[in-house]
Design a protein around this ligand. Structure first.
Ligand code: P5A
Length: 448
């Protein structure tokens, strides 16, 4: 993309309404614009990051054997009356009435709708296990929407639902989700720690939240420092192997890690040596639940088991805060000059800064680089504006591309350009061909 033809409305001033760094940077970098309280338009740069995150989620869901689909944002109130949640959900639910006087709602989550689909089409245990998911906008009329996309009213969520014949099979689905989420967050450059959590309006008695440590997080967490050292890495997991998934879950859930809702000071002190006890703020980027037959029983979602008996299916639901993640990643990765995107989610793979726009040789070198990077499947953002070098660097730093190639007449005389790492600030001179080869190498592990 050429910056002269892009739509990147960066702000010079720090917006006064933004209380936390990710919100400030998202506004300044022209990623979002507030449409109404807690509701945002995603401008091209923000939209690109949202799509990259979504893509990683889809790839990891596919790896775990989960099936994508799409359900609507508006739902009929009748389904929620069947489960008993229509009245319970309270003021967070946005209720609307259509022209025929029918009660509708903007879905805050989809347990009822998916259970309705399941009961209409599945009747035998032979069709199980089944896990369906979608990525769709949700609406929760939060009392205090704040921190930009981190606590919105409209937000983008991946929500998946497993259907299993009995508790053991459903617990495996729960474990499989935990394993696939660990991998998902790591690909986004995040350390997200699973912590025992309350179940709230979703229900059930088994739940973990995934938390990213950050001072600005809304959750208070207590954990054993040992868990922060765990790495998922590039393990080749067999997601059908119950023992393997359970083993990974044990590895990640044995060290103490709880939110303030489930924290037990006595257990914390007893089980964690003092020098490893940590108390911190954190951002919740996902949550998984096992709730057995909470929805299948009242809604009549049953299968015939291998004895010929109708049994309600065991279910769980599993969410990832896709739009919140954009803010959470920035909270975890920025400096005083702007965002620093992890390679896995960056909106463009690198920036190209032309130090002397209009200089025939510099312009030609940038064009050649642009074409070479594009041909290798990389997406550069080429700052081809007629601006001072300082302004170009400031924009690149603000929008946070992990790598920048600087092209100027002086370097070109020696046949070199400069490759700069946004995170370390380190620059290396090399030929344009070597810069392209180096970037191809850097991004190779981040491709699906
Ligand atoms: C699990 C999937 C559920 O709704 N039902 C379907 C279950 N879980 S949850 O924990 O309530 O939400 C899942 C994730 O969505 C993000 N999230 C939000 N993001 C932005 N703004 C909000 N107001 C908001 N509320 C929830 C969180 O990341 C949460 O973990």
């Amino acid at each position: 993309m050429r910056l002269s033809r892009y739509f990147l409305p960066v702000l010079k001033e720090t917006p006064a309404e933004a209380q936390i760094v990710s919100h400030r940077l998202m506004l300044r970098a022209g990623m979002i614009k507030q449409a109404a309280s807690g509701i945002y338009s995603w401008l091209p740069l923000g939209y690109k990051v949202l799509r990259r995150i979504e893509q990683i989620v889809h790839e990891e869901q596919a790896r775990a054997g989960h099936i994508p689909m799409l359900m609507p944002t508006l739902q009929s109130a009748d389904l929620w009356r069947e489960s008993g949640r229509y009245d319970d959900y309270g003021e967070e639910m946005l209720r609307v009435t259509d022209r025929h006087g029918r009660d509708m709602l903007y879905g805050p989550t989809n347990e009822e709708l998916i259970t309705d689909i399941f009961r209409a089409h599945v009747g035998s245990y032979k069709d199980l296990p089944l896990t369906l998911y979608h990525i769709q906008w949700k609406f929760r009329d939060e009392v205090r929407p704040r921190f930009g996309v981190m606590r919105g009213r409209e937000f983008y969520m991946k929500d998946g639902y497993n259907f299993d014949v009995d508790k053991d099979a459903a617990v495996h689905a729960y474990n499989r989700h935990m394993v696939s989420y660990l991998r998902t967050y790591e690909r986004m450059g995040l350390k997200a720690i699973p912590m025992r959590a309350d179940t709230g309006p979703i229900g059930g008695d088994l739940s973990h939240e995934f938390l990213v440590l950050a001072e600005t997080g809304e959750s208070e967490v207590f954990y054993d420092a040992a868990i922060a050292d765990l790495k998922f890495g590039d393990r080749d997991v067999d997601y059908d192997d119950r023992g393997e998934c359970a083993g990974i879950v044990t590895e990640w859930t044995t060290p103490y890690a709880r939110t303030d809702e489930t924290h037990d000071a006595a257990v914390f002190e007893e089980s964690v040596p003092e020098d490893r006890r940590r108390r911190s703020r954190a951002i919740e980027v996902g949550q998984i639940f096992y709730f057995g037959t909470k929805y299948s029983e009242p809604m009549g979602a049953t299968v015939v088991d291998d004895h010929g008996t109708h049994v309600p299916v065991h279910m769980g639901s599993h969410g990832i805060g896709v739009s919140r993640l954009v803010g959470a990643i920035i909270e975890a990765s920025h400096d005083e000059n702007g965002i620093i995107w992890p390679e896995g989610v960056t909106p463009f793979h690198c920036g190209i800064v032309n130090l002397k726009q209009g200089d025939a040789e510099a312009d030609a070198a940038c064009e050649t680089l642009y074409a070479a990077l594009t041909a290798r499947g990389l997406e550069p953002l080429y700052d081809d504006r007629d601006e001072r070098a300082g302004a170009k660097f400031a924009t690149m730093d603000l929008v946070g591309l992990p790598w920048r190639i600087t092209v100027g007449p002086r370097g070109l005389k020696n046949g070199v350009v400069e490759l700069t790492c946004r995170r370390s600030g380190e620059s290396t001179e090399m030929t344009p061909e070597d810069a392209v080869a180096r970037l191809v190498e850097i991004y190779a592990p981040h491709r699906g």
